[in-house]
Ligand binder design. Structure first.
Ligand SMILES: [Zn+2]
Length: 176
């Protein structure tokens, strides 16, 4: 009998271990990766360059994805005074309120504060031979414009934003 038990154990143990490792290798890490993918999808909008090109107008693509700048006084919102919210044209995240919009005289819509903390990311920009702070949308990474320290009180900030990076949602559209 003892002769039979040893071969049985030798066959059963590798089978058991093999099945266990198989489960651990295929199910565990995969479900972890799926969870991470879901989490990052909720937090950020990630598209390929081709997908952005298809979902944006050529001018939106040039500014939002290629860090372009629209000509001053050419955009849709530089002189707008209507009450409402300005959302990211790339992903729809609310970025600014008309309550913080002011006329900076520069030809681009200007705001002295972001609508919500964490919706805007700040980056050093050394292009054009100067140091500026570039601002991007925290959700999709779209280029919005720059922020300067010559804005009005209470913050002293001037967010100088391309109209084409924004989509205006009038307050009247919410009151139904
Ligand atoms: Zn965005």
């Amino acid at each position: 009998m003892s002769v039979m038990r040893v071969p049985l154990a030798l066959v059963a143990l590798p089978l058991f271990l093999g099945a266990w490792f198989h489960l651990a290798a295929t199910r565990g890490p995969d479900s972890d990766r799926t969870t991470q993918r879901k989490r990052s999808r909720q937090a950020r909008v990630i598209k390929t360059d081709d997908e952005w090109r298809k979902s944006l107008t050529p001018e939106q693509y040039r500014v939002l994805r290629k860090k372009g700048t629209e000509r001053p006084f050419s955009g849709e919102y530089w002189n707008s005074r209507e009450a409402g919210s300005y959302a990211c044209a790339g992903c729809g995240q609310k970025l600014f309120s008309s309550a913080t919009k002011f006329d900076a005289g520069c030809g681009w819509p200007s705001f002295w504060q972001a609508a919500e903390p964490g919706t805007i990311e700040y980056h050093d920009d050394f292009t054009l031979g100067m140091h500026r702070i570039e601002v991007t949308c925290s959700r999709c990474g779209g280029h919005l414009g720059h922020v300067f320290d010559d804005g009005p009180e209470p913050t002293g900030k001037r967010y100088c934003i391309n109209s084409v990076s924004l989509k205006f949602i009038p307050d009247s559209a919410l009151k139904r």
